[in-house]
Design a protein around this ligand. Structure first.
Ligand SMILES: O=C(O)c1cccc(C(=O)CC[C@H]2O[C@@H](n3cnc4c(=O)[nH]cnc43)[C@H](O)[C@@H]2O)c1
Length: 208
């Protein structure tokens, strides 16, 4: 028997949006909490059952302006822990530069390729993982400069990727808001959840 695909989201509303589009016979969707720590712990607990063939970190995200528009879908080529490191008077040092492992985890190449083929209008690129939602133009500009291939920011992908521990992993996001000065009232949640549901129909096709 073929093992199902596990999709982990941060919150229940995201899980509902994925379930609305995904094939329930082949895709299991679980909300595991906001942020990389909750995502890693929740994903590790679920994967410890040995019941899944691959894991996807899915949900809504902020889009880098000019790279991923509100309402679009992005496929994470790499999930990057963008605030894991050290601040210095001369700038931020990544965990890679500090010599403590890597803050960059590539999505499984075959999974990323098949998702890209199944979702031809989706934007492929890096997705940065942050514990704090960006809320100023200065931080948005610094992140855009530091991660020129990043298309979106969210709060869980890197944590899920760490927990995947070699099991095929990828990140799939729909864009609810532009990254920049905080304006929560402008988040287009309905549009983003609809785009996430539509994209989720491709999950099993891509992974099957
Ligand atoms: O209102 C807030 O500031 C807020 C803080 C924490 C979580 C949320 C959520 O809505 C949880 C869902 C999920 O959304 C992802 N997300 C969406 N937009 C962004 C963003 O611009 N930057 C980072 N993450 C974003 C994230 O993965 C949350 O877990 C709202």
């Amino acid at each position: 028997m073929t093992l199902p695909l596990l999709v982990v989201t941060a919150v229940a509303a995201e899980a509902e949006a994925v379930r609305a589009g995904a094939d329930p016979g082949h895709v299991v969707v679980e909300p595991v909490g906001v942020g990389p720590a909750a995502a890693a712990a929740g994903t590790a607990r679920l994967l410890a059952t040995g019941r899944y063939r691959a894991v996807i970190s899915a949900g809504i995200a902020g889009g880098f302006v000019g790279r991923a528009a509100v309402g679009s879908v992005v496929i994470g080529v790499r999930s990057i822990a963008a605030d894991l490191g050290a601040e210095t008077p001369d700038g931020f040092l990544t965990v890679d530069e500090l010599g403590f492992g890597s803050g960059v985890i590539p999505g499984d190449p075959a999974l990323v390729k098949s998702l890209t083929e199944a979702l031809p209008t989706a934007v492929p690129g890096d997705v940065v993982t942050l514990s704090t939602v960006t809320g100023t133009a200065a931080t948005a500009e610094r992140l855009a400069r530091s991660y020129p291939q990043a298309v979106a920011e969210a709060m869980e992908g890197y944590g899920v990727a760490v927990a995947a521990h070699g099991l095929p992993f990828a990140e799939l996001r729909s864009i609810s808001n532009p990254i920049g000065p905080r304006d929560r009232a402008q988040w287009r949640l309905k549009e983003a959840f609809a785009a996430l549901s539509t994209a989720s129909a491709a999950l099993w096709i891509a992974c099957g």
